[in-house]
Design a protein around this ligand. Structure first.
Ligand SMILES: Nc1nc2c(ncn2[C@@H]2O[C@H](COP(=O)(O)OP(=O)(O)OP(=O)(O)O)[C@@H](O)[C@H]2O)c(=O)[nH]1
Ligand SMILES: [Mg+2]
Length: 250
């Protein structure tokens, strides 16, 4: 990551009393940034994990995370779940003093949505396009808490195609291995027992259970075929990735 990136992060850490690292419930480990967590700790600032988009995963998955990441709060900005608990947790960590809380995380992870859910109204812009928030923005929640929305300044290495594609930072048509990325996306649905969501979105029923078989099945049923009527998994992969990145497929 570039020099400019670290300057933004360092400034952000020194300006705030508490840092919320927003993580995607479907990709908890992949959306953590250990380097930043270390920096926060070294600066003597408090770190609170907020796992969002909880409406998209199974409850049991979350129970495991709770034991591993401390302190952590589960929310779904979409279903207005967990926002009161989050507010209480911030108040508890603030110990009666005024606090500036920086909200950080990978692009598109759901930072601005968490802020809007806490505020109770739309104060921060939200979009399924990664990199939507362009500048730091302060949002006052009450007399005690001021939140700082930040651009998704974390990034994956340029060569981590899968990571970049999953968070929507690399476009479906720029990918060298679209099938590999589509398998990773399909695997998230399988792992979270959400095959139904795929069936609903593509209006079909799926007989198979592995990412490889499902991609072929989707290609066949959606009539994405190569010469000789074999499934065009590459074209289907790009469709799946694009639907995922635009937030249609959730
Ligand atoms: N299902 C679901 N979708 C969510 C949730 N929170 C956010 N989203 C969706 O995720 C996408 C990104 O949300 P944002 O809040 O703009 O994410 P961000 O981290 O601020 O993104 P950048 O500003 O681009 O870094 C949008 O399409 C939201 O509708 C949630 O709790 N559940
Ligand atoms: Mg944003």
């Amino acid at each position: 990551m570039g020099k400019n990136f670290w300057k933004i992060i360092n400034d952000l850490i020194s300006e705030s009393d508490l840092i919320i690292e927003v993580l995607d419930a479907r990709l908890v480990e992949a959306t953590r940034n250990k380097e930043i967590e270390d920096k926060i700790q070294r600066a003597g600032k408090k770190l609170l994990y907020v796992i969002t988009k909880c409406d998209l995963v199974k409850k049991e998955t979350l129970e495991q995370e709770k034991k591993r990441l401390k302190p952590c709060v589960f929310v779904s900005a979409k279903e207005h779940y967990g926002t009161m608990i989050l507010l209480q947790k911030i108040m508890e960590l603030a110990k009666g003093k005024q606090v500036i809380v920086a909200v950080v995380g990978y692009p598109n992870v759901g930072k601005s949505s968490v802020i809007n859910a806490l505020k109770g109204k739309k104060s921060a812009g939200v979009s399924s396009k990664a990199g939507f928030t362009k500048a730091k923005q302060k949002v006052s929640i009450n007399e005690v808490i001021t939140l700082m929305d930040t651009p998704g300044v974390f990034s994956y290495q340029e060569d981590d195609e899968q990571g970049l594609a999953l968070i929507g930072s690399k476009d479906a048509h720029q990918l060298k291995d679209p099938e590999g990325v589509a398998y990773a996306i399909l695997d998230l649905f399988i792992k979270n027992e959400r095959k139904q969501a795929l069936e609903d979105y593509y209006t079909l029923s799926l007989e198979h259970d592995s990412p490889e078989d499902i991609l072929e099945e989707l290609a066949l049923k959606k009539k994405k075929l190569r010469k000789g009527n074999t499934p065009d998994t590459e074209t289907m992969a790009r469709i799946v990735i694009s639907d995922w990145q635009r937030g249609y497929l959730q």
